[in-house]
Design a protein around this ligand. Sequence first.
Ligand SMILES: C[S@@+](CC[C@H](N)C(=O)[O-])C[C@H]1O[C@@H](n2cnc3c(N)ncnc32)[C@H](O)[C@@H]1O
Ligand code: SF4
Length: 362
Amino acid sequence: MTPSALPLGDPAPADGLLPAQAAEGAADRNFGLYVHIPFCSVRCGYCDFNTYTATELGGGASQDAYGGTAQQEVRFAAQVLEASGLPARKMGTVFFGGGTPTLLPAEDLAGILKTAVDAWGLEPGAEVTTEANPDSVTPQSLQLLADAGFTRVSFGMQSAVPHVLAVLDRTHTPSRVPEAVKWARDAGLKVSVDLIYGTPGESLADWKVSVEEALSYEPDHISAYALIIEDGTKLAARMRRGEVPPIDDDDHADKYLMADEMMSAAGLSWYEVSNWARTLPTSAGTTWPTGAAVTGGASAPARTRTPAACAGGTPSTPPPTRSGWLPVSHRRWAVKRSTLKPGMWKTSCCAPGWPRGWNCPG
Ligand SMILES: C[S@@+](CC[C@H](N)C(=O)[O-])C[C@H]1O[C@@H](n2cnc3c(N)ncnc32)[C@H](O)[C@@H]1O
Ligand code: SF4
């Protein structure tokens, strides 16, 4: 696989400090921390996140050393923010994402969180989340996380249907998800689950089963992502070879509608492209927090799952609805093929209230 080119951008300042505009208006913005834990036991065939299996990274970025490296980076980030003239602010949201953060011992995650709280402090009621694979937690590890100050866990459920999980290369069985959800609740954690729709071979009935199953756990939050076939992934290669059928936009649109209807009927409200919540999470407030990202030497996640706002736009404002158009992912709108005009997918749209880079329906 050819490594991708580095993105265009300003060169890093020679003094290592943030540019002056980073401090402008910072006192009025929420401050959040994202900690990237780039390890997975197995790389799922569809995923292009910045993540590695156990033996791929060495030195300070090895799985054993990562907790200590991330703590050093938290301290360093705090020094850089202070030296760059940013005001001292407590963290309003903390998110440990991956990879699979819970592949590290819970003690390591607790240590990173403690270092961050010592550095910046935590707003009362702040949401502290970790992502987790359902088979990467135990009742004990979840209790330890809750005792350390985590308030919420986001499980990668993806589907409740075995043949769909198999195409996605998932390592957990469907029955592991409700088990893990119960352990999380027993530990006092709020629960979110991630689902993926439009996997090759998934029928509408399969998708209904997955949404019904997810709703039966009564989670506080559900993310439902349209499967994106990422260049360079195993699934993309399988599709190219004709081993699995291609993605179908109409199928995505139907499943998006079905998910929205079922979740709305169950009391979860749509608040952002792929997300439904019982109560709006703090990470989905009217202004996205700015803040530190600790990546332990690994670069930031391969994909931004929270789209940046257009100038003048409000990210949490639902995009304007146009008849027939559905925001099936951060990158795409789906429309029934009968109304699709040539070139529509190629136009990038940035209007107030629309996340940057979305395709413009018209
Ligand atoms: C970092 S992973 C979640 C945590 C954990 N590693 C797991 O998979 O259970 C974040 C979520 O991104 C979604 N995701 C990853 N790659 C995707 C793709 N190609 N298309 C759609 N969703 C994707 C999955 O739903 C996954 O749960
Ligand atoms: S979906 Fe989750 S478990 Fe699978 S490779 Fe990506 S980050 Fe790892």
